[in-house]
Design a binder for this molecule. Sequence first.
Ligand code: CS2
Length: 495
Amino acid sequence: MQKFHYLNQENLGLLPADVITPTFNRDNITTSIVHIGVSNFHRAHQAYYTNELMDKYGITDCGICGVDLLDSDRKIYSILKDQDGLYTLITKYPNGQNKIKVICSIVEYFFAPENPMAVIEKMAHPDIQVISLTIAEDGYHLNEITGKFDMDHPVVAEDIKNPLSPNTVFGYLTQALKLRQQRKIGGCTIISCDNIPANGDTMKGSLFHYIERAEPELLHWVKNNVTFPNTMVDRITPVTRTEDIENLKTGYLTEDQWPVVCEPFAQWIIEDHFAAQRPPWEKVGVQFTRNIEPYENMKLRLLNAGHSILGILGTLIGYKTVYEAACDEELMLLLEDFMNEEVAPTLDQAKKTDFTNYKQNVITRFQNPHIKDSLTRICKESSAKVPLFILPTIKDQLKNKRNITRGAFIIAAWCKYNDGVDENGISYEISDALSDILIRTAALSHQSPIRFLEIKPVFKELINEDIFVDAYLKAIEALRRKPVKACLMDLNSMT
Ligand code: CS2
């Protein structure tokens, strides 16, 4: 039997030649970035770009200190601790080739619940120039109805009471910034890397709100010393499967307890206003811009919306992965018509970003057979995603009195999706913070379809838009009567 190697610093030199290991000496790396939320996505994206800087340009002062805040992160924390912060990134190409690379940019790691003060001190360290975040939509604690920071959320209220053992990112950042002010260390840049529109502005708004209540004297300093560039982040990163771990072991003699799988494509665009120094990420393909909005709209409304559409409709038909759904001709026709006729008119054409190329690239990415991105991942937390990925298109189209037929159909399909059973009679779980209300209103909608649109945190005032409501009612009526594929054919035959 061949001998395999546990992934850790000591064994790096023992890994087979087809596993790419660093060209740099990790001992020379110093930390200037704290990243909160060491998700698969962070590991395939920001940590990957930073690793490239070290690897290709020998830059040594941009090491990452990973921080996890949630109890549910204990597993990844203990694995990465065990592996000295190392993990393998498995890039899967459409032709079946894999690139296996050990990523070494996470050089320190803290699990906040174990030692909150250590995290606060780390963020306040003079070497730290950037604090980046992937905390998902719910990490921002936005009120479901108003969309503003939810000061009354129990964990937020708890942080105000116990400032030195916080739970939220806001509690941590406030205490760290307070130390930076007291110690005259200077500010830093906070970079949100989540898929929410104007992610930096959103973070800024929420943090200012929090500080105003928790440490009002600090606010002025923060306003003058901390910046929050908006960003657009992109790389499809599916959930790691057992077979990926096994393949690494048998095919590459490398035992990594939690590798990350990703597609070859990656994009990161950042507004270039940094409070302090920043890593020269432009050397490794990161784009800097003055205004993120056109890029962000393009990504959220085409790629993320595309995912949700394949996720919702694909699940109803009985598909399990994005790839399977993306091979369905009728489904893809709907997606393309939606993109061409309902999304394209809402995008900023002045930017001259090539819509056709971008759209085609998104479709090609969905059709990578090796990614096996599960529709379960895509459909998770749809009540947070639909309002960010799909409803803005519908609202813009309505404002301009343009077509919303397909958008309304997708919303009707989402209502049906919340019945929790596909067209073959197989049940699936609705994994969503609003699952109770989604399931209840979907059930009520069998008698009274409008009930679904009454979910205020999702649809807000959209229920008052008659044109949209009519189109939705027609679509749900058809979807309850006929199979999804038959409805798609009807829709696709419309001119
Ligand atoms: C996906 C995203 O969760 C989702 O619904 O659309 O995670 C998507 O894969 C990433 O944004 C790609 O950059």
